[in-house]
Ligand binder design. Structure first.
Ligand code: ZN
Length: 335
């Protein structure tokens, strides 16, 4: 992915990419195609670490993933306490307000039944579905977080890898998966389980970053949605459609809502510039209180730049976040 903004990190990118072949001796994890090319190389900008990671892209289906991903046992050092704190902070405030669009969308397709939130964290989303109409279920990697979800929502929460969850086939009317699929090692396996768990006519509702978005193209290696090396797969409308259809799902809707990661990405560009000038910027992993002038500038950029751009990108289907609904065929999977 080429971007004019990548000039600030060219040294590290080129240094890492030098000597790498442009084609990998492997096949696409989505379509099996053999024409893979290097897309970009970038470090973990959230923690401002130096180690470089390489993304490869399939020429046929547009699928993108992290080449040489860290082993699962090494991942602990990439999911730091700061990272978890940032996730919790982002989820603070009223869950009803935060998830109102998602709840509304679900009600458009289903008004009750059994719902499973894959990667339910401490139950923020599930708490908004409480009530007599829904039986709540979750999957969460961490026992203490799962316990919080159980305590606040009454949901039955499986702890561990989604692929190993022991739910019975045709158990759920709805399976949700918000900003999780890009973190899993084998999305294909997880989605295969999801299809199995859904009742005929049940829906799978997911959100994830869009690697083909305008923001991703503009910010290049500084795009916030890259989240290297925690994001292992990077989907686009094209690659996700390919995968889901191949697995046997039916497309209901694929859209990009009017959201923006621009402020975070611009922060990464600023950090790179400061580093080039010899300063030691504070990583976004350790947020600091902004001064009043900075708050005013941010607010102005949000209202007059990011918001109109987000609406335009969303309208063009090129927003930075993918929001998708797929369905299990009412008569069962077709294959
Ligand atoms: Zn492919």
């Amino acid at each position: 992915m080429s971007s004019t903004l990548d000039i600030v990190s060219d040294t590290e990118t080129v240094a890492n990419a030098a000597g790498e072949t442009s084609r990998q001796p492997e096949t696409c994890r989505i379509c099996g195609g053999g024409q893979l090319v290097d897309l970009l190389a970038a470090p973990d900008r959230f923690h401002l670490r130096k180690q470089m990671y390489r993304l490869v892209r399939c020429h046929s289906c547009g699928g993108v993933w992290l080449a040489s991903a860290p082993q699962p046992e090494e991942m602990g050092r990439h999911y730091t306490e700061d990272y978890h704190k940032a996730i919790v902070t982002a989820g603070e405030g009223s869950a009803a307000r935060r998830w109102k669009d998602q709840v509304k969308l679900i009600s458009h397709y289903k008004t009750g039944g059994a719902i499973l939130d894959l990667g339910c964290s401490s139950g923020g989303f599930l708490s908004t579905m409480r009530g007599s109409a829904w039986e709540l279920y979750g999957i969460e990697m961490e026992e203490s977080t799962a316990e919080r979800a159980r305590a606040t929502t009454g949901a039955e929460v499986f702890v561990g890898d989604a692929v190993e969850a022991s739910f019975l086939p045709a158990s759920f009317d709805v399976v949700t998966c918000f900003d999780v699929l890009e973190h899993v090692y084998s999305p294909r396996q997880v989605l295969t389980r999801v299809l199995e768990w859904l009742k005929p006519g049940g829906i799978f509702y997911a959100m994830m970053p869009n690697i083909d978005s305008w923001e991703a193209r503009f910010f290049g290696t500084h795009w916030f949605g890259l989240e290297l090396p925690r994001h292992l797969s990077h989907f686009s409308p094209r690659s996700l459609r390919y995968l889901m259809t191949e697995l046997g799902f039916e497309e209901v809707c694929v859209k990009t809502p009017p959201v923006s990661y621009m402020e975070r990405s611009a922060g990464y560009v600023c950090s790179s510039l400061l580093e080039k000038l010899g300063f030691s910027p504070t990583p976004q992993a350790k947020p600091q209180l902004a001064s009043l002038p900075l708050k005013v500038v941010r607010r102005g950029l949000r209202v007059f730049v990011a918001a109109p751009f987000a609406r335009l990108a969303s309208f063009a289907g090129a927003g930075p976040s993918l929001e998708v609904v797929f369905r299990k065929a009412p008569g069962g999977p077709q294959r």
